[in-house]
Design a protein around this ligand. Structure first.
Ligand code: 5GP
Length: 190
């Protein structure tokens, strides 16, 4: 999405550890009209896959998940991060490694909100190594649903998580893919 690439070039900042900061429009302050445009683009890409629900992860995935859900007229569910290690019968639960915080955490979804047979589109703000998306896929598998696609606003292609998922046969479409990133330059995938 050209407009997103331009926005990243204008407002993005590269932090140590290959972290791209876009907190003034994507995941801290939110440029709401622009977010809704990204949601429409996701709808255009995935409408043929006939998702019945969108699944994302709190907190940074919720805004884009909501924008996509509105554009596709679908319900949105977000997996919650949980401190307690207690296993609860009414929750699906999995462990995700956080790229930005370098810790493992548990994410859960109520069994009431993820059902067998549902066609799930996974949405998040960033795709790096793919741990967050794989955690969400695990929750869908536990519920007996089907992942029909995965999408993020920004994929850091040089970290390989997206291409690995594509190689496994998943439809993964990110709105912008950064293939090279230094303090002074970003190269987007054509
Ligand atoms: P992955 O699990 O694919 O390695 O990383 C994706 C998750 O880590 C996303 O949920 C996102 O919140 C966070 N993340 C990964 N890389 C970045 C980054 O460069 N910038 C920001 N703001 N978040 C990132």
């Amino acid at each position: 999405m050209k407009a997103l690439e331009e926005r990243i070039l204008k407002d993005g900042k590269v932090l140590p550890g290959h972290v791209l900061k876009v907190g003034n429009f994507l995941n801290h302050q939110i440029d709401t009209p622009f977010m809704m445009e990204m949601g429409k683009e996701i709808a255009r890409i995935f409408e043929g896959d006939k998702p019945t629900k969108i699944l994302t992860i709190e907190a940074s995935g919720i805004a884009l998940g909501m924008a996509a859900a509105v554009a596709m007229d679908l319900p949105l569910v977000f997996a919650k991060k949980k401190k307690s290690i207690n296993v609860e019968d009414d929750l699906y639960s999995t462990i995700v490694h956080s790229y930005t915080h370098n810790i493992d955490y548990r994410v859960v979804v109520s069994k009431e909100n993820l059902l067998a047979g549902e066609r799930i589109l996974i949405v998040d703000d960033f795709l790096a190594n793919g741990c967050a998306i794989r955690g969400l896929m695990d929750l869908v598998a536990q519920a007996g649903g089907k992942v029909v696609g995965c999408t993020t606003a920004i994929e850091k292609g040089f970290q390989g998580g997206g291409d690995q998922l594509r190689a496994e046969g998943y439809k993964v479409e990110s709105l912008a893919i950064v293939d090279e990133m230094t303090d002074h330059s970003l190269v987007f995938r054509k």
